[in-house]
Design a protein around this ligand. Structure first.
Ligand SMILES: C[S@@+](CC[C@H](N)C(=O)[O-])C[C@H]1O[C@@H](n2cnc3c(N)ncnc32)[C@H](O)[C@@H]1O
Length: 264
């Protein structure tokens, strides 16, 4: 079963390895993945599998992601803190180059415990296929305002022609991203594990260009598909769970096939 929209978005009800196996070598510009976390949260098939099995499975689809990525391509992996170190080693073994651990500071607390500090963030690992900085990275498209609001100042920044000191009014967003959880936003489709559109927006803007191909082989509620289409990127992805596939397709149709589309 598959859903397609305007020859630019396709979502398949399929296993990740079967889906990736159908993609050509070096055909993808950006991979975003948010796989099942293998911790005690019900999210697809791979939860609470023994660590060796989980790692072996991740190794298989990550190698496929490496194969399908163009040399200018990047991969972003949202993972559980519990497996962050495993994934970094795995990425390096496969040939990726690690660049950042992005800390998404959630606005909701999911892991309350009295035995250790509550986990308030989710990591997203950012890595490239190339090792020479020739990957797509549109920093200007994701810069954020500086605190001072871009006013001219004395005593900091660089000199302008007037002799005053000017300071840039935007800056690199850094690797700690404070973004409101999807469950607190209108976009929420009542899907546990739904990532906020703002998170994907920054990733897709920074690491792809219009008409580039974005791939997500763990579609869930379809956040990557929706944001890719909003930003005029092509999208291909898959989801194994029939119920989740349906949620993703319905969410996409509600947004892009509605008679009101384009007027919002
Ligand atoms: C953490 S969720 C993704 C959430 C998504 N990023 C969002 O914003 O809604 C992971 C998804 O991977 C799916 N999944 C698990 N095993 C899979 C497999 N072998 N192939 C494809 N999808 C799979 C699960 O059903 C689940 O919907």
């Amino acid at each position: 079963m598959s859903y397609t929209w305007k020859n630019s978005v396709e979502v398949h009800h399929q296993d990740c390895l079967a889906f990736l196996g159908n993609l050509d070598d070096e055909s993808v510009d950006l991979v975003y993945v948010d796989p099942p976390y293998n911790i005690d949260v019900k999210m697809g098939k791979k939860n609470n599998d023994i660590v060796e099995n989980y790692q072996q499975w991740c190794n298989e689809w990550l190698r496929e992601c490496h194969r399908v990525l163009k040399s200018s391509g990047t991969i972003y992996l949202s993972v559980a803190q519990d497996f962050q170190h495993h994934f970094k080693i795995l990425l390096e073994e496969i040939g990726f180059r690690w660049l950042n651990d992005i800390i998404w500071q959630r606005s909701t607390l999911n892991y309350a415990t009295k035995y250790y500090y509550a986990q308030m963030y989710e990591p997203t690992i950012f890595a490239t296929k190339n090792h020479d900085n020739s990957h797509t990275f549109n920093l200007d498209d994701v810069k954020i305002p500086t605190l001072h609001g871009g006013t001219t100042m004395k005593g900091a920044g660089r000199f302008s022609n007037t002799g005053m000191l000017t300071v840039n009014d935007t800056k690199n967003p850094g690797d700690v991203w404070n973004i409101t959880s999807a469950s607190k936003q209108n976009e929420f489709v009542d899907f546990q594990g739904q990532k906020p559109e703002k998170l994907l927006e920054r990733i897709i803007k920074a690491s792809s260009n219009e008409q580039d191909l974005v791939v997500d082989c763990f579609v869930g509620s379809g956040t990557t598909a929706v944001v890719s289409a909003m930003l005029n990127r092509r999208f291909a992805g898959c989801e194994l769970d029939a119920e989740h596939y349906k949620i993703a397709v319905e969410r996409f149709k509600d947004k892009f096939e509605s008679p009101l589309f384009g007027q919002q």
